[in-house]
Ligand binder design. Sequence first.
Ligand code: PLP
Length: 403
Amino acid sequence: MEKRIYLDNSATTPVRPEVLEAVYPFLTEHGGNPSSRHKEGRIAKTAFENAREQVAHAINCQTKEIIFTSCATEANNSVLKGYLSGLRGKVVKNHIITTAVEHPSVFATAKALEKDGYEVTFLPVDKFGRIDLELLKSSIKENTGLISVMMVNNETGNIYPVKEIGKIASEKGVLFHIDAVQAIGKVPVDVKEIGCDFLTLTAHKFYGLKGAGVLFVKWGKWTAPFITGGHQEKNRRAGTENVVGVVGLGKAIELAVSEQAEESERLRKLRDHFEKRVLEEIPYTRIVGDPDGRVSFISNISFRFIEGEAILLKLDYEGIAVSTGSACSSGNLEPSHVVTAMKIDPEESHSSIRFSLGRSTTLEDMEYTVEKLKNIIQQLRSFSPVYDKFITQNQKESDRRVQ
Ligand code: PLP
């Protein structure tokens, strides 16, 4: 088989063997519906509820605070839209605060709500992608009802100060939602410690199956259904349960959280070594993101004077899978809203590549990637008129200085 190096773990992760083993009986032997009263149904229900306990244990909440969804996009949409339409018995306020660098499942949903007449504040970020907590605080108004901020950014790996935001939100009596999709298994996620009301996860980012997500809802905060038509998930999210996906999610989260500290450290060493070599051995490169506050599995680097898409295709040809900016905006040659919000020079933002490491990543993979990158960048720059112009100009300036 062709050797492949998969450095796109932020886009999705392969299913790990322990998860496959856990779900196999539910694909073959136990096909019951958890709502059925017979033995087959009871077996499915027991496994499903066991997964709920695994999730509750992983993020430190009660089992009744977990709602299983089809994905994080569903969970994020449900919070933003459901908050406005369905918090029964609460006075729903019409101002939402979020950031300019959220995943599209929050960002585009907030934009759509804005179009519908709701008030939305998109907090700006600096050139490192950081938000200003003072600005967040001063943006809270009488009618602010919800703050939605991600814990880890999917393009840069930036870690956001959710604990501090949780404190501000609770002092001001505002609900707080966190998209923790890229955080779980990479940094500790403890909903009690953070003090949030809603939190979103998705199995396929931590070696579970695609099609299973989680919405944590602090008990008592939300009782209205966000999908109607069935009694499932305590009448909050109707639809026959995805037993296979959820059993896999339970196993995957248990393993991800128990291995988190050690695996994050292992990846930190690989990532730091990789970045050191790239920055030292390939000129005109730069880290995109917050150098002091990033998760260890994401490295977003800009390679000036060339298109990221060209680098991606060349690396793919060499057996290395990476992504340009956000995987979700692939196929679109425009820089993502995240790098745009960071006000990075367009020439630089077009040239950024996200390397996201994972369980299978080895030192050998990273060394191989650096070697291939060195050749690819040199070759692409040799065809680049922008690079040529830059070098010629630099040469002229240095000749002038010598004279
Ligand atoms: N939120 C973040 C931060 C993500 O990175 C992603 C996926 O890329 C999502 C939400 C959406 O997840 P899902 O594919 O489960 O809808």
